[in-house]
Design a protein around this ligand. Structure first.
Ligand code: HEC
Ligand code: HEC
Ligand code: HEC
Ligand code: HEC
Ligand code: HEC
Ligand code: HEC
Ligand code: HEC
Ligand code: HEC
Length: 465
């Protein structure tokens, strides 16, 4: 952070007007009206060329950038999109754009290699702390996690295309080049765990969309809601239902969203927390962190709820008690100790009841059916009871736990424990029926699209076959 301010400071120091926007006075209807901006430092002619040409070619991109903090700090297109001619993701067609342009400014002098892909490694040149924290998070490492534990992938139960259209939009793709161009099955993509061709993991644009890259946007719940929604992880719905979300809906327009990074203050800038306020932004003595595993005491998404350090596929290097205290410190900006402790006692009790009353007996029953040979464990989802068991923990069980942790009683009960009971009873009834009759479960013989590759991505796991 200190380093970043230095850069900005140095930039402000040298006042040299290079490009002044002429668009403001002669803006045609339906053209973006960009904010006045001044280039406060001389910039290399290569970088000025990007701006001049792209302002005409892509007024939307230009306006977004011109309105960003980057533009005020004289961070140019070239600072982020710079590439080497030999980079696998270099844009091979781009040189051709310079043909006529270069004639005007001296043949060939301005042509430089660029890449459309801008990775956490590129951002890390100026934001090393954020990139480092992000790099150890479950966001950045999700491709490793899902390929270790997810039966859709491990058993090949959906097609590669279904994955590209669904899973990978949120989790990220393994970027690939095909015939010299980015492979359309892997690009465009801004999933949280995208594996980039420079070896870095993730995409900072998942929350800070280009080319504004604003903290204001990332502080709002909608930035997370694109992925954190739906039957299996309805965090945005839970938030909307909570008192905190009600207050955001009623008064969010009055919150101060753009206060400087690290200074966004509970009570002063916002009256009730957003996702970012509880999970990422600095508050009280707790520092901002781009590692979203911090502040968590449970793995609420897991079949059996465990501590983050006990999560086998990707054990966190955290101590749950320390992290619980950090989360409590967030609450204590606005609530007393008794209120805060009471909330977490309730959450922990919900976790315990889910684990003991619902999950463990269901898991034991499933294991029994496999052991008795009444069900086949070689593939998941092709027998009805497997789906029932899955929905018990993956849908209803998660909703009960997350609803309780984030103050949404409707999710905790009606979408949560109530549904768990229904599911549990029908799962147990059918299981006992099979055991009584010593009857093998029906197995889908024409399971649709169970054609996906089961080879773990080489870019993450190395060669495995
Ligand atoms: C003379 C005009 C011109 C200049 C100068 C220019 N570009 Fe472009 N650039 C274009 C056009 C036109 C496209 C869109 C091509 C298309 O849509 O197929 C493009 C595409 C791009 C893309 C997307 C490439 C892809 O593969 O998707 C990036 C990134 C980019 N330019 C960055 C830059 C940067 C950075 C600079 C300065 C170093 C720059 N451009 C200079 C005209 C220019
Ligand atoms: C702070 C870094 C940064 C700056 C500055 C920046 N870009 Fe980008 N740009 C990105 C990122 C990140 C993406 C998304 C690509 C990704 O996900 O890897 C992107 C994507 C693009 C794309 C391809 C996406 C599309 O919608 O076609 C173009 C073209 C582009 N930028 C042009 C520009 C131009 C022109 C400028 C200067 C006016 C500029 N960029 C400034 C980071 C930057
Ligand atoms: C060449 C250096 C440089 C690069 C590369 C760079 N940034 Fe920045 N960034 C800065 C500076 C300097 C500031 C501070 C600007 C200010 O405070 O006015 C900043 C500010 C930001 C902010 C805070 C904006 C706000 O609203 O206060 C975000 C978010 C950000 N950058 C994200 C990114 C991302 C994501 C990337 C990569 C895609 C990136 N930056 C690449 C230099 C850079
Ligand atoms: C709409 C975005 C989205 C889609 C589509 C999506 N996921 Fe997820 N996935 C998430 C989010 C968000 C979480 C985090 C849940 C949590 O921690 O509460 C998650 C969690 C997971 C986890 C648990 C990871 C852990 O740490 O235990 C696995 C495994 C997983 N997803 C696999 C998949 C697969 C495979 C697909 C496609 C068949 C898929 N997801 C589709 C957003 C998505
Ligand atoms: C999961 C969402 C998310 C992702 C992904 C993300 N950020 Fe952020 N980022 C935030 C939030 C929220 C803030 C606001 C923190 C605050 O309130 O001050 C922020 C703030 C920032 C800031 C302002 C300084 C600071 O630390 O507060 C920079 C710079 C930044 N992010 C860079 C990055 C870079 C670089 C990446 C990729 C390595 C990245 N971000 C990925 C959510 C995200
Ligand atoms: C582009 C999709 C996407 C966006 C946007 C996104 N997330 Fe996530 N998030 C995921 C996925 C996928 C996972 C699951 C990773 C895993 O466990 O494999 C996840 C996991 C998490 C976790 C659980 C971490 C853990 O250790 O169990 C938290 C907390 C989280 N996200 C918070 C946020 C917040 C807060 C924001 C917004 C500021 C946000 N996310 C934005 C996709 C996203
Ligand atoms: C009032 C603070 C608060 C707000 C607001 C909030 N959360 Fe949470 N969140 C929590 C707490 C507390 C937990 C449970 C922490 C633990 O493990 O003890 C949690 C758990 C989670 C988890 C589960 C992590 C896991 O174990 O898999 C995810 C994912 C998550 N939150 C994302 C979000 C998203 C996305 C939003 C906004 C839509 C949001 N949260 C809003 C406090 C909050
Ligand atoms: C920025 C201030 C702020 C922070 C931070 C904050 N809250 Fe709140 N919270 C509020 C306000 C304001 C209300 C509404 C109080 C009322 O109903 O009068 C509220 C309400 C609640 C409620 C009542 C819910 C209901 O349905 O009545 C609970 C429980 C709660 N918060 C727990 C927490 C926990 C736990 C944390 C930390 C993980 C937290 N809050 C963080 C401001 C905050």
């Amino acid at each position: 952070m200190k380093k970043m301010l230095c850069v900005a400071g140095a930039v402000m120091g040298i006042m040299l007007l290079l490009i002044s926007p002429d668009a403001g006075s002669q803006t045609a209807p339906n053209q973006p009206k960009e904010k006045e901006f001044r280039i406060e430092r001389s910039m290399p002619p290569e970088a000025a060329a990007c701006i001049e040409c792209h302002k005409k070619e892509h007024p939307g991109i230009f306006a977004d950038w011109a309105n960003s903090r980057h533009a005020s700090a004289n961070i140019t297109c070239y600072d982020c999109h710079k590439a080497e001619a030999f980079d696998p993701d270099v844009s091979k067609d781009h040189d051709a754009q310079y043909k006529d342009y270069d004639k005007k400014y001296g043949a060939g002098k301005l042509t430089v290699p660029v890449s459309a892909v801008v990775t956490p490694k590129d951002c890390s040149r100026c934001h090393p702390d954020e990139a480092k924290q992000y790099g150890i998070s479950k966001h950045a490492n999700t491709m490793e996690i899902i390929w270790k534990i997810d039966p859709w992938l491990i058993n090949g139960m959906n097609s590669d295309f279904e994955r590209a259209a669904g899973c990978y939009h949120c989790h990220g793709t393994v970027l690939k080049v095909k015939d010299g161009k980015l492979d359309p099955e892997t690009w465009p993509n801004v999933g949280v765990g995208r594996i980039n061709l420079d070896g870095s993991k993730g995409s900072c644009t998942s929350c800070h969309t280009r080319h504004r890259f604003s903290v204001s946007e990332a502080r709002k719940p909608e930035a997370c809601g694109q992925c954190h929604l739906g039957p299996d992880h309805p965090q945005i719905e839970i938030y909307t239902e909570s008192k905190h979300g009600d207050i955001y809906a009623a008064q969010g327009d009055d919150y101060r969203w753009d206060s400087a990074p690290g200074t966004w203050t509970a009570g002063v800038d916002y009256r009730a927390p957003t996702c970012a306020a509880c999970h990422i932004s600095g508050t009280g003595t707790v520092l901002t962190s781009h590692d979203v595993t911090e502040r968590l005491a449970w793995e609420l998404q897991s079949p059996l709820t465990v501590r983050p350090s006990e999560f086998k596929a990707f054990p966190a290097q955290t101590n749950w008690e320390t992290e619980r205290n950090k989360m409590k410190e967030v609450c204590k900006q606005c609530h007393g100790k008794t209120w805060t402790d009471g909330h977490f006692e309730k959450t922990d009790k919900v976790v315990q009841e889910y684990n003991e009353v619902y999950f463990k007996p269901a898991k034991k029953m499933l294991d029994d059916l496999y052991a008795k040979g009444l069900m086949d464990s070689s593939r998941f989802f092709d027998e009805k009871l497997e789906v029932e068991y899955y929905e018990l923990w993956h849908h209803e069980g998660r909703r009960a736990r997350m609803g309780a942790a984030m103050m949404a009683p409707d999710y905790s009960w009606w979408h949560g424990f109530y549904e768990c009971k229904k599911r549990y009873n029908s799962f147990m009834e059918e299981s006992r029926h099979l055991i009584e009759k010593n009857q093998k479960a029906y197995k889908a013989t024409d399971f649709p699209n169970a054609t996906g590759s089961t080879v773990k991505p080489e870019a993450v796991f190395g060669k495995t076959e």
